[in-house]
Ligand binder design. Structure first.
Ligand SMILES: NC(=O)c1ccc[n+]([C@@H]2O[C@H](COP(=O)([O-])OP(=O)(O)OC[C@H]3O[C@@H](n4cnc5c(N)ncnc54)[C@H](OP(=O)(O)O)[C@@H]3O)[C@@H](O)[C@H]2O)c1
Length: 266
């Protein structure tokens, strides 16, 4: 019979990149509520510290750890610090991501390419590699990669971001195929539109009226009729972090309010 305690993360050490706000913060809250000690890492110490304070306020354990994850030396330093403190990493969520500009493929420049790819793809790859080596030695672990529906169908204006998220799906499959025999499960969550700073920044260049219209247009396009919230990603992440998913690897969970069902997109 199914044992509900499989969803417990009691005693697990979880590293969540971009854990100070948005989707990463929702995942950090969920994991801490399920009993994990959560290490949250991103550039801004302030976001990390306020998130850690919220976690501590409900009785969870959280450790803010500032790092720029588009830089390989900072990735190594971040992972070393976690290992010095906890001696193991059971769960990694590669959630940190950026989509800093809206540009046509005719205009996107090399600097934008490097900024996005260094974090979204190269960063995720090398955080995974560094942590996977630890997981292999300790006999297992869980890696969860946050991709996007844009990695299935390119979103006009964010070509480099879309390419990075398509690459992220392959990071999952590449790591899953090589790490299966080491009891490391690697899976993807591909969110659709979720109300966060990143999503709202897409409309930052518009007037409030235009931004409202753009938001309504997205809602109209969605079979769900609404934009999702970060908590709606956290349940899938909890499943993929827990023993309940021990037979799940190389998989993709799409959480998009039905967006990819929209015929004009697929
Ligand atoms: N919101 C959506 O509609 C949506 C849809 C599909 C996929 N996603 C994906 O979901 C993930 C989370 O996005 P979100 O919507 O929650 O956006 P968000 O609120 O902008 O959060 C992004 C997170 O990434 C961190 N980050 C950015 N650059 C970083 C860097 N160089 N080094 C370390 N951390 C960095 C940010 O913290 P700092 O600024 O402190 O560094 C922040 O914590 C991203 O991978 C995104 O692509 C989002």
């Amino acid at each position: 019979m199914f044992d509900i305690s499989q969803f417990s993360l009691k005693g697990k050490i979880a590293v969540i990149t971009g854990g100070g706000r948005g989707i990463g913060q929702a995942i950090a809250f969920a994991f801490a509520k399920a009993g994990a000690k959560v290490v949250i890492t991103s550039r801004k110490a302030q976001d990390l510290e306020s998130t850690a304070a919220e976690i501590k306020a409900f009785g969870g354990e959280a450790f803010p750890l500032p790092a720029h994850l588009g830089k390989t030396d900072e990735i190594k330093k971040m992972v070393n610090t976690v290992m010095e403190k906890f001696g193991r990493i059971d769960i990694l969520v590669n959630n940190a991501g950026a989509s800093p500009a809206i540009n046509s493929v005719l205009e996107s420049d090399e600097r934008l390419w490097d900024t996005i790819m260094n974090l979204n793809l190269k960063g995720a790859y090398f955080v995974s590699q560094t942590v996977a080596n630890i997981m292999v030695k300790q006999g297992g672990g869980k890696i969860i990669n946050i991709a996007s529906v844009d990695g299935f169908n390119p979103e006009p204006g964010v070509s480099i971001y879309s390419i990075s998220k398509a690459g992220m799906r392959m990071v999952t499959r590449a790591f899953a195929s090589e790490l299966n025999s080491y009891n490391v499960q690697v899976n993807t969550i591909a969110p659709g539109p979720i109300s966060t700073k990143m999503m709202n920044s897409h409309w930052g260049h518009l007037s409030p009226e235009e931004a409202q219209k753009a938001k309504e247009a997205v809602e109209k396009m969605l079979p769900s009729g609404r934009i999702g919230n970060p908590d709606e990603i956290a349940g899938a992440a909890l499943y993929l972090a827990s023993a309940a998913s021990n037979y799940t690897t190389g998989a993709e969970i799409i959480i998009d309010g039905g967006l990819l069902l929209s015929t004009h997109l697929s």
